[in-house]
Design a protein around this ligand. Structure first.
Ligand code: GDP
Length: 177
């Protein structure tokens, strides 16, 4: 199966927000409660058809593989990336407070035209009493102000994972085609 395009996408955000699991859900439809089985693997791919043109896009999606713990995500990681998924955890406010820092990192190291989707992950847990620490409205307003697309999602249930990645890939396709 020949693809028409290859898009590099990077997944960023604080440690433990669910980056590896979102990637696993999108590329293999898998989820692991005890994570880090994929450590050392730099990227995973999935080829999708972009509607309505049906052009085939191979998404090459990069995982930080834990580099963010040491604040050592290098500019090589961002090189050539057409899209970024910036993830926070809706049950850990600090991870949302750090989103602005990740946006600054993108502005400093990534291409000016990079398409960014902000994802509030672990939406399944937000349904439990007392667990939600970031409201949809607040994150949505921040995303709008910064020109980011925004979804809440759950790697565990799979909710909105496809929508977030496909939305990102569709936007990139629109920009390059
Ligand atoms: P990373 O450090 O950002 O790559 O985060 P991981 O993907 O390793 O996930 C960190 C932890 O959160 C793991 O124990 C995952 O099983 C868990 N996790 C990831 N996504 C979700 C989710 O959507 N819902 C719930 N309940 N747990 C999740």
């Amino acid at each position: 199966m020949e693809e028409d395009y290859v898009f590099k996408v990077v997944v960023i955000g604080d440690s433990g927000v669910g980056k590896t699991q979102l990637l696993g859900r999108f590329t293999r439809d898998e989820f692991h409660l005890d994570s880090k089985s994929t450590i050392g693997i730099e990227f995973q791919t999935r080829t999708v058809a972009i509607m309505p043109s049906r052009r085939r896009v191979k998404a090459q999606i990069w995982d930080t593989a834990g580099q963010e713990r040491y604040r050592a995500v290098t500019s090589a990681y961002y090189r050539g990336a057409l899209g970024a998924m910036l993830v926070y955890d809706v049950t850990r406010r600090a991870t949302f407070q750090h989103v602005a820092r990740w946006v600054a990192e993108l502005r400093a190291h990534a291409d000016k035209s990079i398409v960014v989707v902000l994802v509030g992950n672990k939406a399944d847990l937000a349904a439990l009493p007392g667990r939600r620490e970031v409201e949809v409205e607040e994150a949505g307003a921040f995303a709008e102000e910064q020109g980011l697309f925004f979804f809440e999602a759950s790697a565990l249930s799979g909710d909105n994972v496809e929508a977030a990645f496909m939305g990102l890939l569709g936007e990139i396709y629109g920009a390059v085609s």
